[in-house]
Design a protein around this ligand. Structure first.
Ligand code: CP3
Length: 354
């Protein structure tokens, strides 16, 4: 493998000195890019695109051709893992992801098995192929959903606003939910370790729905299992540390607990103040975030102002990876994403002294 030409992202995650604040965007490869829509049409469907090594590589690289990003993220989805467990993932047009066989009955939950990693080999093939295509340009991020976030889709059978079914299970049959979460935690650990062996240079755990829980339930049903994953991950590979990023959307209240999980960095959504977050946990972990993705609908001047506000909020020194507080919206003008990336690079140099 070629040596990394730009390791700013990895250095910032480990709070080592950098010349500027590195930046990437959650969901940077996606429908807001016309070239993504063209490749997806060629692949047939979103899942066909994920399973096609060459096309998954192509869409991973697309945002790097447009913007001066400091990391690439594997093009895939968090729901590949429950799909490999036999739940039957499909995407209903305009309705988001769905499962043919959700886990709503005790028998289905008792029968749940760890997925065969061979059923996910298309993901690991994509990782190796992307590493080759990157040729050391920037690091590649691997990812997975958190056990709780995966369980939300597995139990609800798709997206949800209220999480009635999974919360009913949590409060009436917690042992059933724990059985799912335990299986997910083991599956995610194995899945991320395979991504690392295939070439992922950092990994992020997306806990998109942990924030809908009470503090106590977050500890018991989400953080507990993320801690278990972090403890089971390969942390050194190819002579480098593999940093782990935990991102709980809506988790701003629990940063101290999350910082003690063993992760190297915490993702922040836009609702928390990054300066306060840094004073709470900045000696323990790096922080990633936290630009409101809808601020990309503002004028270029307003976008730069918002970038400047976040950079100043974090302040001087390493330990910040600039990102959005959640995935980029599909209606975002691509040229506004360029304004953001360039502004982060230009405005952040004053906060670093090598
Ligand atoms: O960041 C990246 O560029 C990497 C790719 C990536 C995708 N999904 C591609 C995708 C990542 C990291 C994900 C993670 C993911 N998937 C999460 C966690 C992060 C988050 O956004 O909170 C979740 C909850 C999912 C589940 C999922 N997959 C949903 C809810 C949807 C539908 C979204 C919608 O707007 O309809 C998907 C599909 C999906 N995953 C798309 C992409 C680019 C859109 C598919 C398409 O082309 O139609």
């Amino acid at each position: 493998m070629s040596p990394l030409k730009n390791d700013t992202f990895l250095r910032a995650l480990l709070k080592q000195p950098v010349d500027y604040t590195p930046v990437w965007m959650m969901r940077q490869a996606g429908r807001y890019l016309p070239e993504y829509r063209a490749t997806r049409a060629k692949a047939g469907s979103f899942l066909d695109l994920c399973k096609n090594t060459e096309l998954a590589t192509e869409v991973t690289i697309q945002p790097l051709e447009r913007f001066d990003l400091d990391a690439a993220i594997l093009f895939s989805d968090i729901l590949t893992v429950p799909d490999a467990m036999g739940l039957g993932l499909y995407f209903a047009e305009g309705e988001g992801p769905k499962f043919e066989r959700p886990l709503q009955h005790e028998d289905d939950i008792r029968r749940l098995q760890l997925p065969d990693m061979a059923a996910l080999s298309y993901v690991f093939d994509a990782v190796s192929s992307i590493r080759r295509a990157l040729d050391g340009r920037v690091p590649l991020i691997g990812f997975s959903g958190s056990p709780f976030t995966l369980a939300c889709y597995m139990v609800e059978g798709g997206g949800s606003k209220e999480f009635r079914i999974i919360k009913s299970m949590m409060y009436s049959r917690p042992e059933l939910l724990h059985r799912i979460l335990e299986t997910n935690a083991q599956a995610v650990t194995a899945y991320l370790n395979e991504q690392i062996k295939a070439g992922a240079q950092a990994v992020q755990i997306f806990d998109t729905w942990g924030g809908v829980l009470s503090g106590e339930a977050f500890e018991t049903f989400s953080l507990h299992y993320m801690r278990q994953i972090v403890a089971g991950l390969i942390r050194e590979y190819e002579g480098r540390t593999i940093p782990v990023i935990l991102f709980t959307k809506g988790g701003g209240q629990w940063l101290e607990k999350m910082a003690a999980s063993g992760a190297d960095a915490l993702g922040l959504d836009w609702t928390c103040d990054i300066g306060q977050a840094r004073s709470r946990v900045g000696s323990q972990v790096a922080l990633q975030g936290n630009f409101d993705p809808f601020a990309l609908f503002g004028t270029p001047e307003r976008i730069e102002e918002e970038v400047a506000r976040i950079l100043a909020g974090f302040g001087t020194g390493s330990g910040h990876v600039f990102n959005l507080g959640h995935g980029i919206n599909q209606h975002t003008p691509p040229e506004h994403a360029k304004v953001l990336v360039d502004a982060v690079h230009r405005l952040s140099r004053q906060y670093h002294h090598g």
